[in-house]
Ligand binder design. Structure first.
Ligand code: NDP
Length: 496
């Protein structure tokens, strides 16, 4: 890929466009701080254009058969795989995710998810309702209309596809507002969607600041729903702004997810699971495990093995196929994580590994955070309460299973958790008491197309993925058919 600075265009009504005032945003490679591209810095006028285009395209897209929409999604899936190399490199360059991950996980999973939605969307049904012999009543599912998707930077392509696939197969048209630091893969996906046969205006991308572009979408009266993944603070803001038009919102927000190792756990499996769930995507995963509760009988062994395994992770240039941990996504995020590390040290957490900014030839210009492990933490510490969104791990001891559940639930978040035990009955009992959208037993971070994803408490509400998401992007209409042969009696004759 050329290192020349390429100017990307936003996509509205099937046209590649610049911002109306020509403003652009620099897109920076977090591995070395270099500007790699520019994207339009749009504003309210582009949102209005995109909503008008999506509104115009809505009847055509909604009137296609689900089979026709399915074929377009399958074509998009194929085009994604045909452009795997380009998309994977683009995502690695804008986000810093290691190429071995974008090439083998993120982009292929985008294609797989579209296949899933192309198939499962065809099985969406309504209901008939037996209210009486003289009538028939049915509840049918209809598209919502124009849907706004506001996506985060931690999985730039995948988070778009999660929502886009569900929104399109159910007959909606879409405006995507990608994150300002990683808009490039979204733009390419929209270009491929047009190539796959999505009509002009059915998929629009408006790049630009969330406070402007995002808020204009949220407040626009012709946008029926906002599907959002991102920070809890932003989610609250979106929820409050959406009330002005009584807009539906789906919120997939932050998490501070507990990883509970019971006294009978298989220690090696638990450590392996811990390494994956703590460091995958350099910890920038809403579902990442970041609070580790280890039974006191296993704590020392777990901590020693976890630290040893953490040391062996290769971090550095994400374009190197050997790298498993890239930089974090942007400089201010690195600084924020370092702030957490400094305050954790001051608060008395025991630093077991890391804590310093890496300074190797590979990392010196990028936004790197080395794997950092704190031991002997307590639930009142900031690192046990805030979503850090980086490779910073906090370990804590517990004595009883009841205490572990109470500690896990002592948070404003409710996204996910895991329990590690050889006793599946105990695992199931704890899972039923943990307040979270997902609880895994002897696994963490296992998210599939087929399984619902979304949290409770301040982690949001609504579901992505699985068949459940189809209801999130459709509305129910009740249709009543009077079948009686004679005219219905006037209402005052029915009342006794
Ligand atoms: P944000 O919630 O700010 O960003 C997510 C998306 O929302 C981006 O597209 C952003 O646009 C947009 N946005 C920002 N402000 C508004 C607004 N007022 N109205 C509408 N849309 C808006 O997350 P950040 O990128 O700032 O990350 C901050 C923290 O959030 C992270 O450190 C992490 O803790 C958490 N986070 C959690 C994620 C998750 O999956 N749960 C994902 C990403 C972040 P723009 O980029 O232009 O600001």
């Amino acid at each position: 890929m050329s290192t020349q600075i390429k100017e990307f265009k936003t996509i509205i009504a099937g046209e590649r466009m610049s911002a109306s005032d020509g403003a652009t945003m620099n897109i920076i490679n977090p591995a070395n701080g270099a500007i790699i591209a520019k994207a339009p810095k749009c504003g309210i006028s582009e949102v209005n254009l995109a909503v008008a285009a999506a509104l115009k395209a809505a009847p055509e897209w909604a009137s296609k058969t689900v089979g026709e929409r399915s074929k377009v999604l399958l074509k998009l899936s194929q085009l994604i795989m045909a452009n795997l190399d380009e998309l994977a490199k683009l995502e690695t360059m804008e986000h810093g995710s290691p190429i071995r991950k974008t090439m083998n996980f993120d982009i292929p999973l985008c294609a797989e998810q579209l296949e899933y939605f192309a198939g499962v969307g065809r099985a969406l049904t309504g209901e008939t309702l037996p209210v009486g012999p003289w009538c028939t009543s049915m509840a049918i599912r209809e598209p919502l209309g124009v849907v706004g998707l506001i996506t985060p930077w931690n999985f730039p392509a995948l988070m778009v596809v999660w929502k886009l696939g569900a929104a399109l197969i159910t007959g909606n048209t879409v405006i995507v507002k990608p994150p300002s630091i990683t808009p490039l893969t979204t733009i390419r996906l929209a270009e491929l969607a047009m190539e796959a046969g999505v009509p002009a205006g059915a998929v629009n991308v408006v790049t630009g600041p969330g406070e402007l572009v995002g808020e204009a979408m949220v407040q626009h009266p012709d946008v029926a729903k906002i599907g959002f993944t991102g920070d809890t603070v932003t989610g609250k803001r979106i929820m409050s702004l959406a009330s002005s038009t009584v807009k539906q919102v789906g919120l997939e927000l932050g998490g501070k997810n507990a990883f509970i190792v019971l006294s009978d756990a298989d220690l090696d499996s638990a450590v392996e699971g811990a390494i994956f769930s703590a460091y995958f995507n350099t910890g920038q995963v809403c579902a990442a495990a970041s609070r580790f509760y280890i039974h006191e009988s296993l704590y020392d062994q777990f901590a020693a093995k976890f630290v040893e395994a953490s040391k062996s992770l290769k971090y550095g240039d994400p374009m190197n196929m050997e790298t498993v941990l890239g930089p974090v996504a942007y400089a201010a995020h690195r600084d924020k994580i370092e702030g957490y590390i400094g305050r954790a040290r001051n608060a008395g957490a025991e630093l077991l590994l890391g804590g310093e900014r890496p300074d190797t030839p590979d990392t010196k210009d990028g936004f790197y955070v080395a794997p950092t492990v704190f031991g002997n933490c307590s639930n009142d510490m900031e690192i046990m309460r805030d979503e850090i969104f980086g490779p910073v791990i906090a370990l804590c001891k517990f004595k009883t299973n009841e205490e572990a559940v109470a500690l896990a639930n002592d948070t404003k978040y409710g996204l996910c958790a895991s329990v590690w035990t050889r006793d599946l009955r105990t695992g199931l009992q704890l899972a039923s008491h943990i307040q979270a959208g997902t609880v895994w037993v002897n696994e963490h971070l296992m998210i599939f197309c087929e399984t619902p994803w979304g949290g409770c408490k301040e982690s949001g509400w609504g579901k992505d993925l699985s068949t459940m998401v189809l209801k999130e992007y459709t509305k129910t209409k009740h249709i009543y058919l009077d079948l009686s042969p004679a005219p219905v009696k006037p209402w005052y004759m029915i009342l006794k």
